[in-house]
Design a protein. Structure first.
Lengths: 209, 643
């Protein structure tokens, strides 16, 4: 099965209801959900992320598309799990302690799912223990988000905590976060937008092309 | 000449109804109502120079034949038709035209410092009392202060001891001597007791001054108030000088972590912003700052903390705790304010770390809790704050709208000051604009941005996801590309390089539109989430109160076209201007104000939008133009021809 252009377009344009009906129709017709994910849905999000990085798409369109993608994933995720499909890797993501903002974090989570990762979304106001528990449960990378200059310093605590576990990679991002700050606190990866976040995680885990 | 002009009767008369009076002007054919109004010495506000752009010369046609633009219309006696005076020409016979006060130059809104007051009893928080203090004699020599108290009691002041601060006591002997026993005491509440805040020799009761302050994140406004009459003697506004260090509230918290940094922030607001403003209003009114004995300020919680030199770090992270929320009677001298050494400062109490005293002020000034039915209040600034009153419960919330509507964060955005494009009109490919102060444009401020996005959407230059229709833009001759840090960005040219003050073309980029979408989505989703919490929707709203400088100049229909404000008839919107300054003013002259503030704070239930599950879905829905669910915008869709 090659790319389902209709599904690809519906995700790119953020048409949530169309995505749901196309996915349901395909499944009913006996399509393989894993192939649908990898050949149509993942490329749609990945291409959108690339266009985002090139300034051809902006945050509003990304969020609208991400929600359409999520609607499709909600249908096929249980089927994929049942087939024992092996994800690209397992990552956890959360907004750091003190911070309630999660729209940006959710977009990154969506992009990671869209790239083929198994994503444990830990939500907002996450402390070190929460991230640590996710790592115990198999997360290879820890993604941290902060939207406020006041909550960003907690990232340093999380990075310091995982110093003792060199196999765990910490990737950080969010409005006030910079590459300089990431280097300063010793994070393994940094991304300044949602599309870049996927590449940063892939690089840290040695998956980047 | 068109034949219609020949058919006009010889005598053509326009009756202007202004401020309850009638002004009759003999009309020559072909002249606009605006020109005729000027002939009758009616100070009509034509901010855009009569180009039909600023819509400030709105009049109501009550009778007569007219040509509006190119359209002919006849209004029967007693009828009503809204029109712009600068675009309307009388076309024969007698015409009756009403000029609303809002369209007159004297009533023109000033930037940031105009506000609407609710009815209130003028009962100033401090009053001046003249006392004739008998001289002591050898047989009977009670302390000076006891003789003063006795004399004050004869001025109908309540019984009991007054609190007399040490600086006032020190002044007492000299004041008694200089005034020959006659002194004027300024008396007001402080910490639950009556306090003598100042003492002057002689009778100075004719001059009793106070200052009301709105401490905004971006702009600070001071008003000098005559406490005896309630009149505002002078006003002045300037940027909050903390902007030099950081634009937004969270960054200012981060920059105040160390005590010396916090003190630097305090000095920026007190010494570099408030003291110059106090001097400015005093100079304008011809009085000395040292005669000011009471001040009241309203602002968001972080601004108030920084003004008092309190560490704001608790507001920076969950659970966003403030150091204090209710504050009265701080010694102005301890804060560093350059007024009378015994002056006191009161602050409007806040509801939470992110819903501050400025919103408490808005709620009181708009009399939100006096209203029956369902009422929404929205204050759009760097943060968008909102309050929903359903007759029983008051739900409040704050959302990070971002500064797009203050003109910040956009390529050619600017604040609403001289040279800002504040209104735009797009008609069949032509774009015309009006700037504040009529000067050459320097950028586009919030109200202009809303006009642009709305009308571009209406005429198809923008798509529902905020992207330009490149072919249409090219056909209109306005497509341009701007080099950005990450490559070229598509943009629409609004004003050519030869037309602007800067000599640089003013453009609107797709990235700018994306910023506007995020800002308007935050406000719309916030209000929708509050409504959902009480099981209501937009159509159930009986009124929408709009506070803040941005809303004063906003075209309400355009705000509905882009899905910033609910699509409701304009009569349901009440624009109250700078409600924060109104609250500070009322804190000075309305003795009931502080009880009312406390009642508002007690009633307020803070809704944490980021923890409310529907908020994110509402936000993503609202990122579309006007919104994902077009049925929420029936009138707007029809007006845009997309219904």
């Amino acid at each position: 099965m090659a790319r389902n252009q209709e599904l690809y377009d519906a995700i790119s344009k953020g048409k949530r209801k169309d995505v749901e009906s196309i996915v349901n129709k395909e499944i009913a017709a006996g399509a393989d959900p894993v192939k649908m994910l990898l050949e149509s849905m993942v490329p749609a999000m990945r291409d959108l992320g690339d266009r985002f990085s090139r300034n051809e798409v902006y945050v509003p369109e990304m969020l609208i598309a991400a929600r359409a993608m999520q609607a499709g994933l909600n249908i096929i995720e249980p089927m994929i799990a049942a087939r024992g499909h092996k994800p690209l890797g397992k990552v956890c993501i959360g907004t750091v302690k003190g911070d309630l903002h999660d729209i940006g974090k959710n977009l990154v989570a969506m992009m990671l799912k869209g790239a083929g990762f198994a994503v444990m979304d830990l939500g907002v106001d996450c402390d070190v223990q929460k991230f640590s528990k996710a790592v115990d449960e198999g997360a290879q990378a820890v993604c941290l988000s902060a939207l406020l200059t006041t909550t960003m310093p907690y990232m340093k605590d999380v990075v310091a905590h995982f110093k003792a576990r060199p196999n765990v990679k910490v990737v950080i991002g969010g409005a006030p976060v910079t590459q300089q700050y990431a280097s300063e606190i010793g994070a393994h990866g940094y991304a300044d937008n949602a599309g870049e976040a996927v590449r940063a995680v892939e690089r840290c885990l040695g998956l980047a092309k | 000449m068109p034949s219609g002009v020949e058919g006009m009767s010889e005598t053509m008369r326009v009756v202007f109804r202004v401020n309850g009076a009638e002004v009759v002007v003999e009309a020559e054919p072909g002249r606009t109502l605006a020109e005729l109004a000027f002939e009758g010495d009616i100070p009509l506000n034509t901010a855009c120079g009569g180009n039909g752009v600023c819509e400030r010369c709105a009049v109501v046609l009550h009778e007569g034949a007219f040509v509006i633009g190119t359209e002919r219309c006849a209004v029967e006696p007693g009828g009503r038709r809204d029109a712009l005076a600068c675009q309307t020409r009388p076309a024969g016979g007698r015409a009756v035209v009403e000029v609303p006060a809002a369209s007159l130059l004297e009533e023109r809104a000033q930037i940031h410092d105009d506000f609407v007051l609710p009815p209130h009893l003028h009962s100033p928080r401090t009053k001046k009392y003249v006392a004739d203090v008998p001289a002591p004699d050898l047989g009977h020599a009670p302390a000076d202060v006891e003789r003063l108290e006795q004399a004050l009691r004869r001025s109908h002041l309540p019984d009991g001891r007054f609190h007399v601060p040490l600086p006032v006591l020190r002044r007492l002997p000299a004041a008694l001597r200089e005034g020959g026993g006659r002194v004027t005491a300024t008396v007001g509440p402080c910490g639950g007791r009556l306090s003598i805040l100042a003492l002057d020799p002689g009778d100075t009761s004719a001059e009793h001054l106070a200052v009301a302050i709105d401490v905004g994140t971006t702009t600070v406004v001071c008003a000098l108030v005559d406490m005896t009459t309630g009149r505002i003697l002078a006003r002045a506004a300037q940027y909050n000088q903390q902007i030099r260090k950081a634009d937004d509230v969270a960054s200012r918290i981060s920059l105040s972590r160390e005590p010396e940094d916090l003190d630097r922030m305090r000095r920026l607001i007190v010494e570099d912003t408030l003291n110059p403003l106090i001097h400015k209003v005093c100079a304008r009114a011809g009085v000395a700052p040292a005669t000011i004995t009471r001040l009241a300020a309203s602002g968001n919680s972080v601004m108030i903390h920084l003004l008092l030199g309190l560490p704001p770090e608790g507001i920076g992270a969950i659970p966003f705790a403030t150091v204090v929320s209710r504050h009265e009677g701080y010694a102005a001298r301890e804060i560093g304010l350059d007024v009378s050494p015994t002056a006191l400062l009161d602050l409007v109490p806040s509801m939470s770390g992110y819903v501050g005293g400025d919103i408490t002020s808005d709620v009181y000034a708009s009399q939100l809790l006096e209203r029956h039915g369902l009422h929404l209040l929205v204050d759009i600034g760097t943060n968008g704050e909102m309050a929903l009153w359903d007759g029983r419960r008051l739900r409040v919330a704050a959302t990070a709208a971002g500064p797009a509507f203050e003109g910040a964060g956009l390529r050619h955005g600017c604040r609403a000051s001289h040279g800002a494009i504040e209104h735009v009109r797009c008609e069949s490919g032509a774009i015309s604009w009006a700037t504040i102060g009529r000067g050459r444009p320097i950028g586009i401020c919030g109200s202009g941005i809303v006009d642009l996005v709305a009308q571009f959407l209406g005429c198809g230059l923008l798509t529902g996801v905020g992207r330009f229709d490149v072919d249409a833009l090219r056909a209109a001759g306005r497509l341009t590309e701007i080099e950005g840090s990450q490559g070229a960005v598509r943009a629409c040219r609004i004003a050519g390089a030869d037309e602007t003050e800067t000599g640089q073309a003013i453009v609107l980029t797709e990235a700018d539109v994306a910023e506007v979408l995020k800002a308007k989505a935050a406000v719309f989703a916030g209000t929708k989430t509050l409504l959902q919490q009480c099981g209501k929707s937009f159509k159930d709203l009986d009124s929408v109160v709009l506070a803040g400088g941005f809303a004063r100049h906003l075209n309400l229909r355009h705000a509905a076209w882009i899905g910033l404000l609910p699509d409701l008839p304009v009569e349901r919107f009440h624009v109250i201007g700078n409600g924060s300054l109104a609250g500070a003013y009322l804190a000075l002259v309305d003795a009931r104000a502080f009880d009312a503030f406390d009642a508002i704070v007690r009633k307020a239930e803070v809704v944490e939008l980021n923890l409310t599950p529907q908020f994110e879905a509402n936000f993503v829905d609202a990122l579309m133009l006007p919104g994902m669910d077009e049925s929420e915008f029936p009138a707007a869709m029809a007006e845009m021809g997309r219904g």
